[in-house]
Write a protein that binds this ligand. Structure first.
Ligand code: GLU
Length: 486
């Protein structure tokens, strides 16, 4: 509350389109989204593409698409209207130039006429004196004097450096608590490059301030940058937003999460057939916990509960097995209609044509549902569905066992019973199968276990009667006959 006016909470996710959306980035986006939603605020998407060489449109498009897939819809962003745009940094270069000039005019920043190589040399010199490479205005202006004329004659632009006020700083971080930065933690730093592009620390402050961001939520790899950003806020007289630095995500071996630990990009999980709600649910638990330790929850539930008091300072450990398990649970809970929609890209055109997928809808839903308990990723569908289409090889050892146990005759009776069923449905198949077991006086497991193996080629799988129904009478009898004829 501020004099009776409630401040609107505005959070942002500010990815650089230099690669695919990583699970760490997705978690940052999720927490920013949740915090804004929790407080009825706004979630903003800003594209930080000032690294022109590494930024690519294809990454930007993919980022937007992955965020939408996760359900992290933004209120303002590069593709929407908003009062604080443009929301892509490469469209804001003039804004940075103006703000940098303002600092120069006020004597808080200064021009440096030096090539990156010259600065590199200076850095080496400072390091050789075993000092941290902190630049001062004096050092940089000394470099400049040699180049000023050359730059001016050739029309080359200087870089702009910020005069870092030499004092101690305290950051009161929503996750990390109080973080102290001593006077010597940083020196002067570049805010504009001679190319006319702003540096990250500068652009991020100008944008967060102009876009009225109230909470800066990001990975703790940016913690050490924050002191520079705080100093810039102060120089401009911008109000300081709140900061929340999220802990690193580690692999199960406690090293930084990387490819070695499994898939690390949202796109890979999409391809593997993860449900967005499963990934969102798992990501939320990477550093945040439900007040009652509940594990499975929807994004709507999280929106009501999310706050930083339950966000851990300690690194979160990424466990792909748990995520996969969770996805399996979500697959089991999904409605038939959605399961049908979600499964499509995994089996069309591999197993069915578009038309077949439509005309066999009922059968397809039922067959996928019969596999639900074993599915952890929808990309397993083609392999798991093989049992419906591929006749298993005859297992001769199994035949010997079946013969010994006296089941052969029972299977012949079963064939007759199946042949006499008028209306091929689960109920009738159950009835016939039970009758075959009962009449044969064979132990049920001696009858059923080999039968499953004969029909599916596997030791375990979907409900057997349902499977028999789904492959149909002809296929069932053909598979049994093939086996009995050896
Ligand atoms: N573009 C920066 C990154 O992707 C944003 C960091 C921030 O949120 O301030 O790391």
């Amino acid at each position: 509350m501020n004099g009776g006016i409630v401040m609107e909470i505005r959070t942002r996710f500010a990815p650089s389109p230099t690669g695919y959306l990583h699970v760490g980035g997705a978690r940052t986006a999720l927490f920013s989204f949740l915090y804004a939603r929790r407080h009825g605020g706004k979630f903003i998407l800003r594209i930080e593409d000032t690294d022109l060489e590494r930024s690519e449109k294809i990454f930007e498009d993919q980022l937007l698409d992955d965020l939408k897939w996760l359900g992290l819809n933004w209120d303002e962003g590069p593709d929407t209207d908003g009062s604080y745009g443009p929301y892509r940094q490469s469209d804001r270069l003039e804004v940075y130039r103006q703000f940098a000039n303002k600092l120069v005019e006020e004597g808080k920043a200064y021009e440096v006429y030096a090539e990156p190589d010259d600065i590199g040399k200076l850095r080496e010199e400072i390091l050789a004196k075993s000092q941290a490479p902190h630049y001062t205005r004096e050092m940089l202006e000394k470099l400049s004097t040699e180049k000023i004329d050359e730059y001016k004659m050739s029309g080359k632009k200087p870089a702009i450096y910020f005069s870092m006020p030499r004092k101690d700083w305290i950051l009161n971080d929503l996750v990390k608590g109080n973080v102290n930065f001593t006077e010597d933690s940083t020196g002067d730093f570049a805010i504009m490059r001679s190319s006319g592009l702003p540096t990250y620390n500068f652009a991020v402050v100008v944008d967060d301030a102009l876009m009225k961001i109230t909470h800066v939520i990001r990975g703790d790899d940016h913690l050490s940058n924050t002191v520079k950003q705080m100093a810039l806020y102060e120089s401009f007289g911008f109000p300081l937003p709140a900061f929340a630095h999220l802990s690193t995500i580690l692999g199960p071996d406690r090293t930084r999460l990387s490819k070695r630990h499994g898939s690390t990009s949202v796109g890979e999980y999409r391809k593997r057939g993860f449900l967005p709600e499963a990934l969102v649910n798992y990501l939320a638990l990477l550093g945040w916990s439900h007040p009652e330790q509940k594990e499975m929850m929807s994004i709507e539930e999280m929106e009501k509960l999310f706050d930083f008091d339950r966000v851990s300072k300690n690194p979160a450990v990424y466990d792909e097995k748990k995520l996969t398990w969770m996805n399996g649970r979500y697959i089991r809970e999904v409605s038939d209609e959605r399961l049908y929609e979600l499964s499509k890209p995994f089996i069309v055109p591999k197993m069915f044509s578009e038309e077949e997928y439509v005309s066999n809808k009922k059968w397809i839903i039922q067959s996928i549902k019969s596999l639900k308990t074993e599915l952890e990723e929808l990309s397993q569908l083609p392999e798991k569905m093989e049992i419906f289409f591929v006749k298993p090889e005859v297992d001769h050892d199994l035949f010997v066992n079946v013969e010994k146990a006296g089941v052969v005759q029972a299977y012949k009776v079963l064939i007759d019973l199946y042949e006499s069923i008028e209306d091929w449905n689960v109920e009738k198949i159950t009835e016939a199968t039970k009758k075959a077991v009962k009449d044969s006086k064979i132990k049920a497991s001696d009858f059923y276990h080999p039968l499953r193996k004969i029909l599916t080629g596997k030791e375990s799988g979907p409900d057997l009667v349902e499977f028999i129904f789904l492959i149909g009478r002809e296929n069932t009898i053909a598979r049994l006959r093939k086996f009995l004829e050896g």
